[in-house]
Design a protein around this ligand. Structure first.
Ligand SMILES: Nc1ncnc2c1ncn2[C@@H]1O[C@H](COP(=O)(O)OP(=O)(O)OP(=O)(O)O)[C@@H](O)[C@H]1O
Length: 654
């Protein structure tokens, strides 16, 4: 116990008796070092009005938990009910937030020293239980003359820190009373109370973190575009998200706590997974219901406890239509060209466009014929875009480019494990993916005969069965076919089925080759130059007249695709604004070489040979070795051939 004498000696001389606890000595020395007046009063440190309201609101969490707890303590515990102690709750900065008086009140003059709004720190009021707890974060008691300021010499105070979930000091709880009433039991009560408040705060913080997280997860689940149901081990619905409820026509509010099989009019597949304890991922299911067939891609997650016992299941399902739309979106199964993209004024082309526009207005099958690169796919895309199906997918498939043994599965799909190499989940075919839209069967002439039979059946019945499947899938698909072969000839020699040919050839469209569209060549070249230079953001280039002439005379076996390539290549390879014939591909220039003047209509082969040999002989300056080399014949052969032309020729030369 520190005596008045101890205090006086320290204040006068700075000396301390060995009986004074070290923490008190440390604090006194500090107060002395900052020149704190031990005789000072209080009034100037009290915060009131708005400033105090702000402090209170900063500490609302602490107050919400601590006040009811401390009040109950004072009401229910005999020791406090009838004591002359007051409870003091202060924040981490030492501001007294709340004082709680015993039921019968107290005449303690010291209650003034614990007024709400007063700040207790070592710098302001010297050594005290509250100020030392702030500093040490440890529970402690300061009694009578241990206080640095005289004003506290009649009081004793026990205080303990209130710590939050992150280990930070949030406040101090203390009991203050007359100095002669102090005992270790009081400190024990204070420690127990502060630690109970700390625990409540931690639990409250954990709860609010948990409920924040739960809210976040619920918002995610509620806003998902996939159906999701959570079941307990007995198949009772614990949660169903709005999308799932809508898809299955379930009233979401009434679904909770009811068995899933009482909510739907079909045998819920998830129950099989729940019973077997085995889940699956992205498996396709066709579920027969009273409202029709539901096509789903489903995932089942089985929930298990630490002992491996099934505790529930999560059922996630997505309509196959959405999956297919997504596939089409990602793989770019959409048409981008329209009739506006088709360039040319050639009468045969305009007739083809006229027929295509008629086709776009109906739903009939169309056969588009034309050489490679004449724009068959361009026409097909334009028909789709101008048709009522333009919002649906446009799926193009090149029948000639798929290995023979895969054509069927590509077109019609397969069920899981239907053949070696098949994926275990099965796969939808192009016809299914094209549902609601258009399928473009390019190179139809290359389709194997056995698949032609199946295609004919699909066209007639508008439904498909996957390889290895047992059920028909209705499809609403418009077929546009194209070929660069003469299909009628294919029918005649047995390579193409006549019945399929007539089914497809309801509306025939024939595209003219570019070599027959002389007037369009210049127009196309100019348009392509314009577009490509613009796209590359370079200065517009031009062909000179000579190269134009060569291009117009060229036969364009690759049609417009070849023309596009040539123009693009010229733009890249010719550094000048005007593109001359030097930059044209060699094969085009060769074709441009004029026929020799000596070439006559009724020439015999012998005459042609003589003329040709003479031409090369002249070009090689009558040099025998060079001429023989150019003609790729031996010197002797050349001699005899030249002699045939003129007996004296060599004499003349030698
Ligand atoms: N009339 C046209 N106007 C503008 N561009 C065209 C025209 N016709 C074809 N094209 C272009 O030529 C290229 C080849 O066209 P497309 O692929 O439609 O030909 P295709 O006849 O289907 O060829 P293939 O038989 O080899 O598949 C494409 O880039 C296309 O945009």
């Amino acid at each position: 116990m520190v005596s008045e004498q101890d205090w006086n000696t320290f204040m006068e001389t700075g000396e301390v008796s060995p009986t004074i606890p070290p923490i008190v000595v440390q604090s006194w020395n500090y107060c002395r070092s900052i020149k704190l007046n031990p005789l000072k009063g209080y009034s100037q440190e009290v915060v009131t009005g708005k400033a105090f309201e702000e402090i209170m609101s900063h500490n609302s969490e602490l107050l919400k938990i601590a006040i009811p707890f401390v009040q109950r303590l004072f009401m229910e515990m005999k020791d406090f009910k009838n004591s002359s102690f007051i409870g003091v709750l202060s924040d981490k900065d030492g501001y007294i937030l709340k004082t709680i008086l015993p039921a019968h009140g107290t005449d303690l003059s010291h209650s003034l020293y614990y007024s709400e709004g007063l700040r207790q720190t070592e710098e302001l009021i010297g050594t005290s239980a509250i100020s030392l707890v702030q500093k040490t974060l440890k529970p402690l008691q300061v009694a009578g003359f241990e206080h640095y300021c005289k004003i506290h010499h009649n009081t004793s105070c026990s205080a303990a820190p209130i710590i939050d979930a992150s280990g930070e000091l949030v406040g101090v709880f203390s009991l203050a009373g007359p100095k002669d009433k102090v005992n270790s039991h009081t400190l024990g009560m204070v420690i127990a109370t502060a630690s109970a408040i700390s625990n409540l705060m931690k639990a409250d913080q954990a709860n609010s973190t948990l409920s924040e997280k739960t809210n976040m997860y619920m918002t995610i689940l509620d806003s998902m575009n996939d159906g999701l149901i959570m079941l307990n081990a007995k198949g009772i619905v614990q949660y169903i998200n709005p999308f799932g409820a809508k898809t299955l026509h379930i009233d979401r509010r009434k679904a909770i706590n009811r068995p899933i099989d009482s909510l739907v009019d079909f045998d819920p597949i998830i129950m099989h997974a729940l019973r077997s304890g085995v889940g699956y991922t992205d498996r396709e299911f066709f579920i027969e219901t009273k409202r029709g067939t539901l096509d789903f891609v489903k995932t089942a997650i089985i929930l298990k406890d630490d002992d491996g016992m099934t505790t529930g299941a999560i059922d996630i399902f997505r309509e196959i239509k959405r999956v297919k739309d997504l596939i089409n979106k990602i793989t770019g199964a959409t048409a981008k060209f329209t009739f506006d993209d088709i360039l040319g004024n050639d009468s045969a082309l305009l007739e083809a466009i006229r027929m295509a526009k008629i086709a776009a207005n109906g739903n009939a099958n169309v056969l588009i014929q034309g050489e490679s690169g004449t724009g068959k796919e361009l026409i097909a895309q334009s028909i789709h875009q101008a048709s009522a199906r333009h919002d649906g997918p446009f799926i193009a498939i090149n029948c000639g480019a798929i290995p023979r043994n895969l054509v069927e599965s590509e077109l019609f799909g397969y069920e899981g494990g239907a053949f070696t190499g098949a994926k275990s989940n099965g796969q939808a075919g192009k016809f299914e993916l094209a549902h609601g839209g258009t399928i473009f069967l390019d190179e139809i002439g290359d389709m194997p005969l056995e698949i032609q039979v199946q295609l004919l059946r699909v066209l007639q019945e508008q439904r498909i069965m996957r390889i290895g499947g047992t059920r028909y899938i209705d499809i609403d698909v418009r077929v546009l076919a194209a070929t660069n072969k003469d299909l009628a000839e294919g029918v005649a020699n047995g390579n193409f089925r006549a019945d399929l040919y007539y089914r497809l050839n309801v509306l025939p469209i024939t595209l003219p080759p570019l070599r027959e569209r002389h007037s369009d060549i210049v127009l196309l070249i100019n348009m392509l130059l314009e577009n490509k230079c613009q796209r590359l953001d370079i200065q517009r280039k031009h062909f000179d007249q000579e190269s134009f002439d060569i291009m117009q005379k060229y036969t364009w076996p690759g049609n417009i695709r070849e023309l596009e390539n040539v123009v693009e290549r010229m733009i890249y390879t010719c550094p000048h604004e005007v593109i001359t014939k030097d930059f044209l591909p060699a094969n085009m220039k060769k074709q441009d070489t004029p026929p020799p003047s000596w070439l006559g209509d009724n020439m015999t082969l012998k005459e042609f040979e003589h003329r040709y040999i003479m031409q090369v002989y002249e070009q090689c300056d009558k040099n025998i070795s060079q001429t023989a080399k150019s003609l790729n014949i031996g010197r002797n052969t050349l001699y005899s051939k030249l002699k045939e032309v003129d007996e004296n020729i060599l004499v003349e030369n030698n």
